[in-house]
Design a protein around this ligand. Structure first.
Ligand code: F6P
Length: 563
């Protein structure tokens, strides 16, 4: 293998030093209130438009110089060169020696032949699988695809975990108003048997199609759940008289009720799934970057190929914007750089993502894997130690629910938490309460929160309301709490594609500054290995005696209480 080029150590560059000096200056002399008062152009200067999305960065802790300094840092670490290397299929996933080509998943078919990577015509292959998925989905949607007893499919069960679950679930929830055939989908991910039990509850096996989604097809949770659901399916079909339990009928039932999405087509066949009903992808698609690959099969069945195409176009449009927009105007790069600004120059280790849209209620959970599995690392892509803080904690809940839960801490806590607010001008469910447009009431909350966080409320303002002197500090809002507003026209498939690609690239920008391979996930391995070693200890004394004292005591507690 070729020598791995060492990352540029951002912390040793003059650009990093310039940002550190600048941050010290802003911490001593900058407030959002004064910045807005002294510069009527601030909002115009820090607002950006990208197709369906409008971005307001003006309520961040930055002044006229900051954007330029952050762009200089990006140039110092060769962000643009690395982005182009990623798009071109270079093996920037060094620890797995792989290309990182989720951007190829959304290139138009007309790009076939232009992106030959490691001998593979990536775009042609992507469209070959897409076309097969579209044809398959149309058969299911139209009712042509029948279960073993001749009934059309009304329910999907998608089994997967991590990247093979979080993306599809999030998008399924986000685009729900666009489901047009009455086919629904339930997603099973957790190995906790309660998950499968609850999701299978009340389902009619004869009208259910199961999609097993696993990049590797070796993941313990997914394979265990898949076997469990297979047993359930065969039992139900036998009980309903749809099959007689003979080998041939069992094989036929599996063929008609199970399909798979995987890079490991051999193991798919071993499971009994007809290879004709398996949809592949490639090792250059990371699990958490795969919702726009065959991993999104359930979405194509539920929403139809046209919606999925619009979704892919959204991703691609954002990819092109990120690639072709100069850094100072590139809001995607700037949002990533702003995160670096807060993590490394303000020491803020947490980042909230607050969708003011109920349909995006799983978006924060999806982002947790995308961002934290990508950048929660202490080693750089050449195996050396990181030289600064990395990987902030991403979390969130939809507004307004969050307002009544944790916003107290965001407004008045001792931890400052930068937050992205995401909202849309239009709603598919307009409602009125008397004369009040309820969507406007909702959006009023989004705007009120970002305003309160930025500008706060002074002691004098509190005093003027007649508050007792001793209680004034409790009611003061210091403000100066940074937020970014992402305001979209409407949560369309296209806008959703853009939104996901936005955070994929934000993650890439941060990882590049920190010198990380954002595309491996070695940190999940140890727990998997230990689980295999520990599980026998519930029954096996020898395995028990090999455990540490705490694990041993917990297993003894289990043994004493298991009914
Ligand atoms: O948790 C580790 C992980 O490898 C994720 O990166 C991945 O998304 C998930 O497991 C599921 O993997 P697979 O799709 O191979 O079942």
């Amino acid at each position: 293998m070729a020598t791995i080029p060492a990352p540029i150590d951002a912390t040793q560059t003059p650009e990093w030093k310039a940002l550190a000096d600048h941050a010290a200056d802003l911490k001593a002399n900058f407030t959002l209130k004064e910045a807005f008062a002294s510069d009527p152009e601030r909002v115009a200067k820090l607002s950006f438009d990208m197709d369906d999305l409008h971005f307001d960065l003006s309520k961040n802790l930055i002044d006229d110089k900051t954007v330029g300094l952050l762009a200089d840092l990006a140039r110092a670490v060769k962000l643009e060169e690395r982005r182009d290397a990623m798009y071109a299929g270079e093996h920037i996933n060094t620890t797995e020696d792989r290309a990182v080509l989720h951007t190829a998943l959304r290139r138009p078919a007309s790009d076939a032949g232009k992106f030959i990577v490691d001998g593979q015509d990536t775009v042609a292959d992507v469209h070959e699988v897409l076309d097969r998925m579209y044809a398959f989905a149309e058969r299911v949607r139209s009712g042509e695809w029948k279960g073993v007893s001749g009934k059309k499919i009304e329910h999907l069960v998608s089994i997967g975990i991590g990247g093979s679950d979080l993306g599809p679930v999030m998008v399924y929830e986000a685009l729900k108003p666009m489901a047009d055939t009455g086919i629904d989908c339930r997603y099973i991910s957790n190995i906790d048997p309660n998950d499968a039990a609850e999701k299978l509850y009340g389902l009619d096996a004869e009208t259910t199609l199961v999609i097993v989604v696993s990049k590797t097809f070796t993941t313990l949770e997914t394979l265990t759940n898949a076997r469990e659901v297979k047993a359930w399916m065969l039992e139900q079909l036998t009980a309903a008289g749809a099959i007689d339990g003979s080998k041939a009928q069992v094989a036929d039932a599996i063929k008609k009720h199970f399909v798979a999405v995987s890079t490991n087509l051999e193991l798919v066949a071993e499971f009994g799934i007809d290879p004709a009903n398996a949809f592949g992808f490639w090792n250059w698609v990371g699990g958490r970057y795969s919702v726009d690959s065959a991993v999104g099969l359930s979405l194509i069945v539920v929403f139809g190929p046209k919606v999925f195409q619009q979704f892919l176009e959204g991703f691609h449009d954002l990819d092109m914007y990120f690639q072709n927009t100069p850094l100072e105007q590139n809001v995607v790069a700037l949002m990533g750089l702003l995160n670096v600004w807060y993590v490394n120059f303000y020491g803020l280790g947490s980042h909230a993502v607050l969708p003011y849209n109920q349909y995006l209620h799983r978006f924060p959970a999806y982002l947790q894997q995308l961002t934290m599995e990508s950048n929660g690392k202490s080693t750089r892509w050449d195996g050396t130690d990181v030289t600064c803080g990395t990987g902030e904690v991403f979390w969130g809940e939809p507004g307004t629910n969050g307002q009544h839960a944790f916003y107290q801490l965001i407004h008045q806590g001792t931890n400052v938490i930068p937050a992205d607010f995401i909202a849309f001008v239009n709603t598919p469910n307009p409602a009125v309460d008397g004369d009040q447009d309820v969507h406007e009431l909702f959006l009023g909350n989004f705007l009120a929160q970002t305003k309160a966080l930025a500008f706060g409320k002074t002691a004098d303002e509190v005093r003027a309301e007649g508050t007792a002197e001793w209680m004034i500090p409790a009611r003061v809002f210091e403000g100066n709490r940074p937020t970014t507003s992402v305001f979209g026209v409407e949560l369309t498939p296209h806008a959703l594609g853009e939104l996901i690609a936005l955070y994929e690239h934000i993650t890439f920008v941060e990882g590049t500054v920190w010198g990380l391979d954002s595309y491996d996930q070695w940190g999940v391995e140890l727990g998997k290995q230990l689980a295999k070693q520990i599980t026998p200890a519930f029954h096996d004394d020898e395995a028990l005696s090999a455990q540490d004292a705490s694990t041993k005591a917990l297993i003894e507690y289990y043994r004493a209480h298991r009914k």
